[in-house]
Write a protein that binds this ligand. Structure first.
Ligand SMILES: Nc1ncnc2c1ncn2[C@@H]1O[C@H](COP(=O)(O)OP(=O)(O)OP(=O)(O)O)[C@@H](O)[C@H]1O
Ligand SMILES: O=C(O)[C@H](O)CO
Length: 435
């Protein structure tokens, strides 16, 4: 049975539930609190994702608990993003303050999470396999929620149960790269001395056999779930990649060109669009293979008229902050994609959503936003200057003021962070054939 374009478009909007459903309950955080008299103790710390003395005390308790285990015990460890700040155990003689200074300076200088956590591992008693080492000879099972692209076990939360093989020279290279090695306190230099590790945290090979690390949540898994939901809703899903990164400007351009490619009236989209998509690949962390596979699905859809397509991707793009407005990378990405979709070249009714799976985009109350080609017209009619908001990184204010916040995604905190999810709903390529 053939469907009308309007049916397909209505289903697009219904499909926003794909990401809304897992993020649904506003009260999830409260529901997650323990009942009175629970045998589980909760220790809070690391406010605003910065290690503090509360987190250090919890880390010390965890270290004591793990150190007292025997070969008859099983230690279950749940590891999520944010774990690096939640488990600070500075290697002596370094203080928490000194360790914090180094990581803060590195982050401010633009170090990647890979670089940051390589340094953190070297300065900590519990990171880089230190927790598993403390628990030896007990069995350790670590259940891991990945918030790092590619799910590298040694980097997620700085790998408390994953033996680190990095050498002190690697750490020095990173510190040199960000011009920090000259100003390090003597305690940090002491910890990074070549033989420091062998005295304090050398890990016997046997630790490996006692530890099972399992990724139980990741962006890939989130995209697979969304893809199944799309099928249930009668859409054709295609997963582009769980590794989208790079500047939001390049990422938004990619989605703009992909929508143009999908919506071009010709059965074979213009080759210059395919060329631009492939050229953007390296800037946004997407392999040529994944781009070609996705373009093939879009072309097949045109030729065979399968109906509406749900393009899914995820990862963690970056925003180069130039202003002092309120926003987050998802809202800024959505705003930029909205501009792409509003441009004259694009005639199709694609709908784009970008949302943080933790339910919070940067320091705002929203998780992200939903846009389509009507964005520009809507903003202009309400006297909102998109370029001005973008220059000031003020995407949350923009979306709050636009149509009473109707385009904001406000699911509330979800309790889980597997980075961001992007959904682009593409209507059947030749609507007139479906009327
Ligand atoms: N005004 C703004 N506009 C756009 N992006 C912003 C703004 N302020 C902060 N950000 C971005 O928000 C992120 C910081 O927020 P948050 O602390 O939630 O990040 P995170 O810990 O990396 O994210 P997550 O918790 O989702 O993994 C950074 O990527 C930063 O560039
Ligand atoms: O805690 C951390 O190190 C980051 O969230 C990456 O996992």
């Amino acid at each position: 049975m053939q469907e009308t374009f309007t049916d397909a478009t209505n289903r697009f909007h219904a499909t926003l539930n794909i990401v809304m459903q897992p993020l649904e309950s506003k009260f999830l955080a409260r529901k997650m609190l323990l009942e009175n008299n629970s045998r589980i103790a909760v220790m809070e710390g690391a406010k605003n994702n910065l290690p503090d003395t509360d987190a250090q005390k919890s880390a010390e308790c965890i270290r004591e608990l793990a150190s007292g285990l025997t070969e008859k015990d099983l230690l279950l460890v749940l590891i999520s993003g944010g774990g690096s700040a939640l488990l600070p155990a500075p290697a002596p003689p370094m203080t928490l303050q000194e360790k914090q200074d180094v990581t803060r300076k590195l982050a401010a200088a633009g170090a990647t999470i890979q670089e940051l956590n390589t340094v953190r591992r070297a300065l900590s008693l519990l990171k880089g396999g230190g927790l598993a080492q403390c628990a030896n000879p007990a069995q350790v099972v670590a259940l891991i929620l990945s918030d790092v692209i590619g799910d590298p076990l040694d980097l997620i939360a700085s790998g408390p149960t994953v033996r680190s093989d990095s050498k002190p020279e690697e750490v020095w290279d990173i510190l040199d790269r960000y011009k920090l090695s000259g100003s390090l306190p003597s305690s940090v230099k002491e910890v990074l001395r070549p033989h420091y590790g062998s005295q304090v945290k050398e890990q016997p090979e046997v630790v490996k056999d006692h530890v099972l690390n399992v990724v139980i949540g990741s962006n890939t898994i989130a995209l697979e779930c969304a893809s199944r939901k799309a099928v249930e809703l009668g859409l054709r899903p295609v997963i582009l990649s769980p590794g989208v990164c790079g500047d939001v400007r390049s990422v938004s351009r990619l989605y703009g060109v992909l929508s143009r490619f999908a919506c071009s009236p010709e059965k074979e989209p213009p080759p210059e669009l395919a060329a631009e998509i492939l050229q953007l690949g390296p800037e946004v962390g997407v392999e040529s293979w994944d781009l070609c596979r996705t373009m093939n699905v879009l072309v097949e859809e045109k030729k065979e008229g399968w109906g509406a397509t749900c393009l899914l991707a995820g990862g963690e793009p970056t925003v180069h902050l130039t202003g002092n407005g309120r926003g987050g990378r998802n809202q800024e990405l959505a705003l930029r994609v909205g501009l792409e979709l509003s441009s004259d070249e694009v005639k199709c009714g694609a709908v784009f959503l970008s949302g943080g799976t933790d339910g919070q985009d940067g320091p705002t109350e929203a998780a992200g936003a939903v846009v389509d080609r009507k964005l520009m017209e809507e903003a202009t009619s309400q006297g909102l200057d998109i370029d001005g908001f973008l220059t000031n990184n003020d995407s949350f204010t923009f979306f709050s003021q636009l149509s009473e916040g109707r385009r904001l995604l406000m699911p509330g905190l979800t309790g889980t962070n597997v980075m961001d999810v992007h959904v682009m709903l593409l209507p059947p390529s030749a609507p007139r054939d479906f009327q």
